[in-house]
Design a protein around this ligand. Structure first.
Ligand code: AOS
Ligand code: ZN
Ligand code: ZN
Length: 383
């Protein structure tokens, strides 16, 4: 089984996955949950240490604010990880009731742009190269504001941020069908995100969050189309049972994850040169967080491994010959191959545990964190 395509493949984990999280009904707390960005990075480093797959951690500003960014960077690097994408936050200030980058008030738009300039500074100090913009802006009622006017304001605000990028920095622009706005989001779909990216320039790319689509959307088609344009900058991986649930990637539909990774492999986009940032955007509300993250990165690895097994030459022949069932069978053969032993063998060869979740549970890390992290305030999504 040739799984060489997994060499150099990596997944980025989000700092907020290690804090407490929940729904608007209840946030359950867990002993040993990090109290600050340093402890979140330590937990993320543990995921990398056990899987060898997760060498970067996304930050969220202001949730992860620290006094000394170079010191946080040093802490990350000492623990074998680097700082990944920096996420801006446009959804927690009273000023943003009517939107942020699209707000009718120019002073609010300026404030939102300035926040991104602050994020760019954080990137310069931490070695991060990606700023991720998820826009919560939108309308709840028809007529509430001008749909078109908001796009013009958005273009202008994004331009101000884009023009402040250094040559090695990228903007990752995320779309979302609904929530927090329910009538119309200002970046509801990949087309809108792509149009803005194309207008901005080559350093602007689309983020595809797998939870952000209508039911039955063919996500792998979107992946393929964005790759054709060289504008798939990143994934936010998670599941989608009913809507944007931020649960473990591959739990709702592992076959969909395989189909997505098949398009990635077909385009060679699993290789680092493609610059697609395979990020997780998840929260672990009732399950243990570090094992939840380990399971997540292993799910992505497993889907990629299966996609790598697709016999591309045979598939091309079957497709050219119009062999409908034959072509489909080639894809399904790869999907139905059990790669678990091969992946465990691969881990062992690299000095990693065969079963990273079991290794974590046996390591005593969680018990030690629960003791060491008594006192203080635990981090949570949104704070
Ligand atoms: C929100 O639904 C989005 O998925 C964003 O990526 C968001 O920034 C992330 O969930 C962390 O707040
Ligand atoms: Zn997301
Ligand atoms: Zn989301």
């Amino acid at each position: 089984m040739n799984l060489d395509g997994l060499n150099d493949f990596s997944i980025e984990v989000p700092s907020w996955a290690y804090g407490n999280s929940g729904t608007r009904f209840k946030v359950f707390t867990t002993k040993g949950v990090p109290r600050n960005p340093y402890e979140k990075i330590s937990d993320a480093a543990e995921v990398n240490r056990l899987t060898g797959l997760a060498p970067r951690v996304s930050l969220h500003i202001p949730w992860d604010l620290v006094d000394d960014w170079s010191d946080l960077r040093r802490h990350a690097e000492e623990n074998g990880v680097t700082i990944g994408a920096v996420n801006s936050n446009l959804f927690q200030e009273d000023d943003y009731r009517l939107g942020s980058l699209c707000n009718p008030d120019p002073a609010v738009r300026r404030k939102a742009v300035d926040h991104h300039l602050q994020c760019l500074d954080v990137m310069r100090q931490t070695g991060s190269t990606d700023i991720k913009v998820w826009l919560p802006d939108g309308l709840n009622y028809p007529g509430q504001d001008s749909l078109r006017g908001r796009q013009e304001r958005l273009a202008e605000s994004l331009r101000a941020i884009y023009d402040a990028l250094d040559p090695d920095q990228r903007m990752l622009l995320e779309y979302k069908l609904f929530e927090p706005a329910f009538y119309s989001m200002d970046i509801p779909d990949w087309g809108t995100s792509l149009l803005h990216c194309l207008a901005l320039g080559e350093q602007a790319t689309v983020v595809l969050d797998t939870g952000h689509h209508a039911p039955s959307t063919n996500i792998e088609f979107i992946v393929m189309q964005l790759l054709r344009q060289n504008r798939l900058g990143a994934f936010d991986f998670n599941s989608r049972f009913y809507a944007d649930d931020d649960l473990i990637v591959g739990s709702a539909d592992p076959f969909q994850l395989f189909r997505i990774m098949s398009e990635i492999v077909a385009a060679g986009a699993h290789r680092p040169e493609s610059k697609v940032n395979f990020m997780l955007d998840q929260c672990h509300n009732i399950e243990e967080k570090i094992p939840g993250q380990i399971r997540s990165v292993l799910n992505v690895e497993q889907a990629l491994a299966k996609a790598l097994l697709i016999d591309q030459e045979a598939l091309a022949v079957a497709q050219r010959d119009g062999d409908v069932l034959g072509a489909n069978a080639i894809l399904m053969d790869a999907y139905e191959t059990d790669v678990r032993t091969a992946l465990a063998d691969r881990r062992e060869e690299r000095g990693l545990p065969r079963d990273p979740v079991a290794a974590f549970l046996a390591s005593g890390y969680a018990q030690k964190a629960a003791t060491d992290r008594a006192g203080g305030t635990q981090a949570s999504w949104g704070a």
